[in-house]
Write a protein that binds this ligand. Structure first.
Ligand code: 13P
Ligand code: SF4
Length: 310
């Protein structure tokens, strides 16, 4: 293991590469990264790094976002098969037809989408700025929001905005959490606070003490002084940083409906391994490539988001 880490360090220097990792990757992957963050922070980093190469320890849409923002850099993925069920729930041709069927609406898309969907979008958002992005538009401006129905409904409830048409997509990991199991855990740990990602279903959001992006959940867990026990309702990779930053606190990963399936884990994120990261840096493959017309159109919608959430 040590040898692999050293190999990655050496290759990183040789290639002038930076390693960006999402909180859902394995702890050992996060530990070799130069920066670990949520989708917004990772896209901000990707837009500003001086490195010639970005190795993205995350899923495909994250690597694409980095390439869209830094087209002259080489963006490597440890595993091209690391996709996202939410991004898959919104194919560009179907989304284009949906937009065409509902003209005159501003299109807001969650960052968990393909470059082609972003190219059809007016403003991208992430879970940490979705409310802010929607509220940046005049109240009477009709909106299409895609692809996550749970995040869309969460925003609709917070903003009270009725003119939001929401695409019917979801993340297979976040849809699997069980309200019943969370309520049982709350009975077992009455002092525990429930921290939830907005991709979860509404009944779970309603029993939560805090709802936010992975970075938001981490910040809350570290800064909160009202208790020392937390039920974390998102992919459990985020517990790695929570335990590091607040070693005296207890973090309980919320189980899925079927506690034998392991389906609260994002199998795509878990495809990222140190071995694959070392191989990618050595071979300078696999590399994200996006046709320039798609990239340029997608860049506009991401830049609009970055401008609003500066
Ligand atoms: P964050 O932007 O909160 O890190 O979420 C990314 C993601 O894929 C959630 O499932
Ligand atoms: Fe996609 Fe869900 Fe995995 Fe996040 S947790 S990357 S939304 S499949």
């Amino acid at each position: 293991m040590m040898a692999l880490k050293e190999k990655i360090e050496a290759l990183k220097r040789e290639r002038n590469a930076v390693i960006l990792a999402h909180y859902y990757t394995e702890g050992d992957v996060q530990d070799v990264a130069d920066f670990v963050g949520d989708s917004l922070a990772l896209s901000q980093k990707a837009a500003t790094t001086d490195a010639e190469v970005i190795l993205f320890a995350g899923v495909h849409f994250m690597g694409e976002t980095a390439k869209i923002l830094s087209p002259r850099k080489t963006v490597l993925m440890p595993d091209m098969e690391a996709g996202c069920s939410l991004a898959d729930s919104c194919r560009a041709e179907d989304f284009a037809a949906f937009i065409a069927a509902h003209p005159g609406r501003t299109v807001i898309s969650y960052v968990n989408t393909t470059a082609e969907v972003k190219a059809l979008t007016d403003i991208v958002c992430t879970s940490s700025n979705a409310v802010q992005i929607v509220q940046s538009l005049p109240e009477n401006e009709p909106v299409i929001f895609g692809p996550d129905r749970n995040l869309g409904n969460y925003i609709k409830n917070i903003t009270g905005r009725q003119n939001m048409l929401i695409w019917d997509g979801a993340c297979h990991v976040h849809e699997e959490f069980s309200l019943e199991k969370i309520l049982e855990l709350k009975k077992e740990y009455p002092a525990a606070k429930v921290l939830t990602h907005p991709e979860c279903k509404r009944p779970i959001v309603l029993v939560s003490d805090y709802v936010g992006s992975t970075a938001g959940l981490l910040k809350f867990a570290v800064e909160d002084t009202s208790t020392d026990t937390y039920i974390v309702v998102t992919e459990p990779g985020v517990l790695h940083q929570m335990k590091k930053a607040a070693p005296g606190k207890t973090f309980i990963p919320a189980p899925p409906m079927d506690s034998t399936c392991g389906c609260n884990n994002c199998s795509f994120m878990k495809l990222v391994t140190l071995r694959k990261m070392a191989d990618a840096l050595e071979r300078m493959q696999p590399e994200i490539v996006i046709p320039e017309t798609t990239r340029a159109a997608a860049e506009k919608s991401i830049r609009r988001m970055l401008e609003i959430s500066k």
